[in-house]
Design a protein around this ligand. Structure first.
Ligand code: DOR
Ligand code: ZN
Length: 344
């Protein structure tokens, strides 16, 4: 197959950042995604309905002319989030709340320290038909970084899903066979997003032959057996797994540093790279479900009606892009060839 037409996809997890960065990130995503779930880990974080609404306005202002792209807003849970905050968020049209364990990743310092005390908030999410989006890693420093996702499942995920049985939970950017198996076997109302980098790469791609800071993201790339498990699960066509790029821009000097930031800026190539993966898996017939249908169905939103066509045509991801600030950023897969291209 040299051409594939699918319903226009949505990105169910990404980071746009703020201010002039939006002039780069919003058009890059709007070129092929109709909607995107926008992560709230700004500095300071988007913790309330009011902050989410003003952030949404800034995103809308950065859309290219004529674009119908729609940002889907989230709020950031802290130890102080109240049931009232959730009710206000619902009224403002916020779809979901994002839970970062404090210290788990970029801009998560204000995240949750005591998960136990958040159960009333989880109940309120369920009552208001909102979703809980989870960065599923423990933060205990004695736990090996490669084991933190598995530990989170055992310590927390199992309990959250059991104790709030009507809560829709998205296990974000899963990276392990353990997480894939957990979601596969979980009750209805539990799903996961998967990034392009975790389908394309494993930890050798970050560490073999030299440290590759642009492949450093969190949860960290795992060994190839886990990568293979994620590839198998998308090939299976299970509707519990859908597209979430976790596109997360950081200027080049923030990545190429003695303490580099986590995050891959994939918006420039993500849809094409997912297509490449499904092609490699001989599963192009499963791409549309993963990219365009299952996420909307899980969120309870209408499916898109427009379509997008991808053609088999090689192109190279640029080595570097200039941010509106003038600073360079290295996009995910920089300098590498991608075998599919969006037909314009
Ligand atoms: O690699 C990551 N980057 N993982 C996250 O969870 C956050 C993100 C970011 O905001 O840069
Ligand atoms: Zn993320």
């Amino acid at each position: 197959m040299n051409e594939i037409t699918i319903i226009k996809p949505d990105d169910w997890h990404l980071h746009f950042r703020d201010q002039d960065m939006l002039l780069e990130t919003v058009p890059a995503t709007a070129r092929c995604f109709e909607r995107a779930v926008v992560m709230p880990n700004l500095v300071p974080p988007v913790t309330t309905a009011e902050l989410a609404l003003s952030y949404k306005e800034r995103i809308l202002a950065a859309r290219p002319a004529g674009s119908t792209f729609t940002p889907l807003m989230t709020i950031y849970l802290t130890d102080k989030t109240s049931v009232e905050d959730i009710q206000d968020a619902k009224k403002a049209g916020v779809l979901a709340a994002k839970m970062y364990p404090a210290g788990a990743t970029t801009n998560s310092d204000s995240g949750v320290n005591s998960l136990e005390s958040l159960y009333p908030v989880f109940e309120a999410l369920a009552e208001n038909d909102m979703l809980l989006l989870i960065h599923g890693e423990v933060t205990q420093k004695h736990i090996d970084i490669f084991d933190r996702e598995k530990e989170f499942i055992d310590q927390h995920m199992v309990n959250i899903v059991k104790r709030v049985p009507n809560l829709k939970v998205v296990f974000e950017h899963i990276t392990t066979k353990d997480a894939a198996d957990f979601v596969l076997n979980a009750r209805e109302g539990v799903a996961a997003t998967i990034t392009p980098q975790h389908l394309l790469l494993n930890r050798n791609d970050m560490l073999d032959g030299g440290v590759r800071p642009h492949n450093y993201c969190l949860p960290i790339l795992k060994r190839s057996t886990h990568q293979e498990a994620l590839r198998a699960v998308v090939k299976s066509g299970s509707p519990k797994f859908f597209l979430g790029t976790d596109s997360a821009p950081h200027a080049r000097h923030r990545k190429e540093s003695d303490c580099g930031c986590a995050g891959c800026y994939s918006a420039w190539s993500a849809l094409e790279l997912y297509t490449q993966v499904f092609d490699e898996l001989d599963a192009l017939d499963k791409l549309e479900g993963f990219a365009s249908l299952y996420g909307a169905d899980f969120y309870g939103l209408p499916r898109n009606t427009e379509v997008v066509t991808l053609v088999r045509e090689a192109w190279d991801v640029p080595e570097s892009i200039a941010l509106p600030s003038g600073e360079p950023i290295v996009p995910f897969f920089a300098g590498k060839s991608v075998s599919w291209k969006i037909k314009t």
